[in-house]
Design a protein around this ligand. Structure first.
Ligand SMILES: *Cc1c(COP(=O)(O)O)cnc(C)c1O
Length: 369
């Protein structure tokens, strides 16, 4: 068996023990004589699976009892619409509360653009002026604002919020797609958080939404049923067929994380891996991080060759990505809109993978230098 070190930003690496267990259970899960893929979502076989996944998520994240957990389809991107619709969707004649967004990158921008189709969006700060390489000062909202949206970890540019904005009574909403369960997070600071599964949780096709109960039931009457939190909540994520297999794999990933010691333990490991890589970048004569130090992500680390003329740089990047792949280090190209390279080192990336990448980069640097 050949396994590569996969630095993809998403879908991304999953823990090997999870894949091995899924393989064993593929045709007969829990002695049911069926694959999880074949089970009725309303059967006595599947119910314990979704309940187990939710209870593991609740205990690992310390989700308070006044929050509901949903497993939905449509990825993080559908949440861009659902958040705006459900928390600030404009009803005929109703007062227009502002939906506040902080623009920290392409995903944050998309969330705001999508939200603006249904709500009165107000972008109150942006880091676009310096190519999103930092997190801007977060202004205090007006108490009448509907919600305050941030992207906690910016997958493409490699920044993260290290301090949450003070929003008072205004619900803080966060896209936590690429940092969920990577470090402790106090859910009670938020009105709602959401994440697409394919970064740190499991396969693509499932989005996790954690919503404070008092925020449920505010969608305008014209909202499509599939986009209403209150309907999904009332039906326990089973208004229609949920992404059953994804929910099952998320459960296996959460068991793996629990056995590892939970979020505190993985956070220590994540800091170790990121420190190793950033320390190497600091010492490198060829590569550097474009991101300002205080807001560097633990999960997504872009890097660029420095002091090289643009023609040679493009060439060198292509060679780097090709030779790395030949060495079993794959998916290191930066986002198509950002360029350069990027190593995504999610929970499931072992420290040995980061060490192998650094070793490769040191050899590359010597050869090119
Ligand atoms: C990947 C990503 C998304 C998009 O996720 P989809 O599930 O593909 O819709 C949104 N926000 C962030 C921060 C992401 O990393």
């Amino acid at each position: 068996m050949k396994r590569v070190y996969n630095f993809s930003p998403g879908p991304s690496v999953l823990p090997l023990p999870v894949l091995e267990r899924a393989a064993v259970e593929m045709i007969d899960a829990n002695h049911t004589g069926q694959s999880v893929m074949e089970m009725s979502h309303r059967s006595k076989d599947f119910t314990p699976i979704i309940e187990h996944t939710e209870s593991l998520l609740r205990s690992l994240m310390g989700i308070p009892s006044n929050y509901t957990v949903l497993f939905l389809q449509g990825g993080a991107s559908l949440q861009f619409s659902m958040v705006a619709l459900n928390l600030a969707g404009i009803e005929m004649g109703s007062p227009r509360k502002k939906a506040v967004y902080i623009d920290t990158g392409i995903w944050a921008r998309k969330a705001a653009d999508e939200g603006a189709k249904y709500a009165d969006v107000s972008i109150r700060a942006s880091s676009k002026d310096r190519a999103y390489t930092y997190i801007p000062q977060a202004p205090v909202p007006d108490p009448a604002d509907a919600y305050y949206h941030i992207t906690l970890n910016n997958t493409i540019v490699g920044t993260k919020w290290t301090e949450l904005p003070e929003t008072g009574q205004v619900p803080l909403v966060a896209d936590i797609s690429s940092c969920i369960l990577s470090e402790p997070l106090d859910v009670s600071q938020f009105g709602l958080v959401y994440a697409g599964a394919q970064k740190n949780l499991g396969p693509a096709g499932t989005a996790v939404v954690i919503i404070r109960k008092d925020l449920i039931g505010k969608a305008p009457s014209w909202t499509p049923a599939m986009l209403r939190y209150d309907i999904h909540v009332a039906e326990g994520s089973m208004y229609n067929t949920p992404p059953c297999y994804g929910i099952y794999i998320i459960g296996l990933v959460l068991e793996w994380l629990k056995d590892l010691g939970g979020v505190e333990a993985i956070a220590r490991l994540n800091r170790e891996k990121a420190d190793l890589f950033y320390t190497y970048l600091e010492s490198s004569k060829l590569f550097r991080s474009p991101v300002e130090k205080p807001c560097r992500s633990l999960m997504n680390i872009p890097f660029i060759p420095s002091g090289i003329n643009p023609d040679r740089r493009k060439d060198m990047e292509a060679r780097f990505i090709r030779e790395a792949a030949e060495a079993g280090l794959v998916n290191l190209a930066g986002h198509r809109l950002a360029g350069g390279m990027r190593a995504s080192i999610y929970n499931a990336m072992p420290k040995a993978g980061v060490e192998a990448l650094i070793g490769f980069m040191e050899r590359f640097e010597k050869k090119e230098g």
